[in-house]
Design a protein. Structure first.
Length: 479
């Protein structure tokens, strides 16, 4: 009896083992073919490598090392505590840009939302909010509306150069352009003209950008903690302005205002609650970050190239002087003048190709989908990045050479030049940025010759490209 019992026991264990092996094999055989790569350390993943590459002045290293090791199309990593697929080619850009709301949707890392968004509205700040925001922007940022801003941009630029540049032989370009672009955004978005009010925003705003893509450790002294605290100050200041503007609107004192804040307060569904006011604040903060940091960085980078490359400066100067000579004394720029700045815009595009103001953008997979033979599971995050195409010799021969002629005619191959993204989620402020940059260039080169004080000044990324010493420039007045 003991023999048969032991035999039955051994056979049972044998068959159960075979069944378990079958289940494991079946599970493995049916597992999705995930992109190659690694997740890195628990929780933080490869975030330290990602941030470290940017801090060292070579953000493309993180991408290039992994495309060489894993795949030139897509690889797997873990950033900001999320499983992530990084798309690495023009075909990847095209797939993501055309797949909005079909395969992917807008996604903000929780660490970024903690900096920007009121905690009480965190749940409301969802996938629908960007759509609602964009419904206001086309009207506000289309050419017909932007034409009205050109004289304001031009006069503010002249005042800025006269007060903050002309009195000095040498200036630090980056902090000055940050002040200028922020003051301009406050004026156009919220009709704020008082320098003291602008300063209340500017100081805490300076703490936000470095913390947005930092490791989200909320301990006093860390970049993330400084960004969180800066966000609290800005949100409260914005609430005060929003409530004052609502009062003005109710009293009929703001009927002719063209700024975005009034549009948000008069055309959206106002339920009269503090949560609605917070929601408007969230949207304005997002716009200020997008319009302020990237544009000030772009202007700084362009000035850097103009000061480094005299032959480029001379051609920009010639183009801008032709426009200046056609104007009456004191006459401000207009829409037709902007359309004549073709070479200057090519220089701008080449500057943003070599030193893009933003690294890319995140999205979230809303369904399982396949790309380049690999499966991206629902819930994974995706990231497209400028560094996989902007300096790829396949798309841009001799990629380190500064060559504005790349943008003549039809320009680069579609989906290879992507500083503004692409598809339905292309940056809606592209035309606004174009005006702001070109108007600044016009006034700068017709007023000064430029010379770098530190010829080999290093560029660091925090997360946007920033000259290590603020880009110290020697000014030589032309008049």
């Amino acid at each position: 009896m003991d023999f048969y019992y032991q035999l039955f026991l051994y056979l049972s264990i044998f068959y159960i083992s075979l069944y378990l092996l079958f289940l494991v094999f079946r599970q493995k055989s049916s597992a999705p073919n995930l992109p190659p790569g690694k997740k890195g350390w628990p929780i933080i993943g490869e975030s330290l490598d990602f941030v470290g590459a940017a801090k060292s002045g070579c953000p493309e290293k993180f991408i290039n090392d992994r495309t060489a090791k894993y795949s030139p199309e897509v690889f797997r990593t873990s950033l900001l505590g999320e499983d992530m697929a990084v798309f690495c080619s023009a075909s990847g850009n095209k797939f993501l840009f055309s797949g909005q709301d079909k395969y992917i949707t807008t996604w903000w890392p929780s660490s970024m939302k903690k900096v920007i968004v009121f905690p009480e509205t965190m749940e409301k700040f969802n996938k629908d909010d960007p759509k609602k925001m964009r419904s206001f922007l086309p009207e506000f940022l289309k050419p017909e509306a932007l034409q009205h801003y050109i004289p304001i941009m031009d006069s503010m630029t002249r005042e800025h150069l006269e007060s903050d540049w002309s009195p000095y032989k040498e200036v630090k370009v980056f902090p000055l352009t940050k002040n200028y672009t922020f003051a301009l955004a406050c004026r156009l978005f919220m009709n704020i003209k008082d320098p003291q009010v602008v300063s209340k925003f500017a100081d805490p705003f300076a703490r936000i950008a470095p913390g947005l893509t930092s490791v989200p450790i909320n301990i006093p002294g860390t970049p993330f903690n400084k960004a969180v605290e800066g966000g609290k100050v800005i949100r409260q200041e914005l609430l005060n302005i929003i409530r004052q503007r609502k009062k003005e609107i109710s009293e009929g004192k703001d009927a002719k205002s063209r700024d975005l804040l009034s549009r948000l307060l008069t055309e959206a569904d106002d339920d009269g609650s503090v949560y609605y006011e917070m929601d408007v604040s969230n949207k304005i903060i997002g716009l200020l970050i997008a319009s302020h940091d990237t544009t000030s960085t772009s202007i700084t980078v362009i000035v850097n190239y103009l000061a480094s490359l005299p032959h480029i400066y001379e051609k920009v100067y010639e183009e801008q002087m032709e426009i200046a000579k056609s104007k009456a004394p004191g006459e401000l720029l207009n829409w037709d003048d902007i359309q004549k700045m073709k070479y200057s815009w090519n220089v701008t595009c080449e500057s943003m190709r070599l030193t893009p103001p933003a690294q890319g953008a995140f999205r979230e997979a809303i369904t399982d989908f396949t790309f380049a033979g690999y499966t991206i599971p629902k819930g994974w995050k995706t990231f497209w990045t400028v560094y996989t195409t902007h300096k790829n010799p396949k798309y841009f021969p001799d990629p380190e050479k500064f060559d504005p002629s790349r943008f003549e005619g039809n320009g680069p191959t579609p989906f290879t030049y992507v500083p503004f993204g692409g598809g339905p989620r292309m940056c809606p402020g592209k035309e606004y940025a174009r005006l702001e940059i070109l108007i600044f260039i016009h006034n700068l080169v017709t007023k000064f010759k430029l010379e770098k004080v530190i010829p080999d000044e290093k560029i660091i990324y925090n997360p946007s490209p920033v000259p290590a010493n603020g880009l110290l420039i020697r000014l030589r007045p032309l008049n």
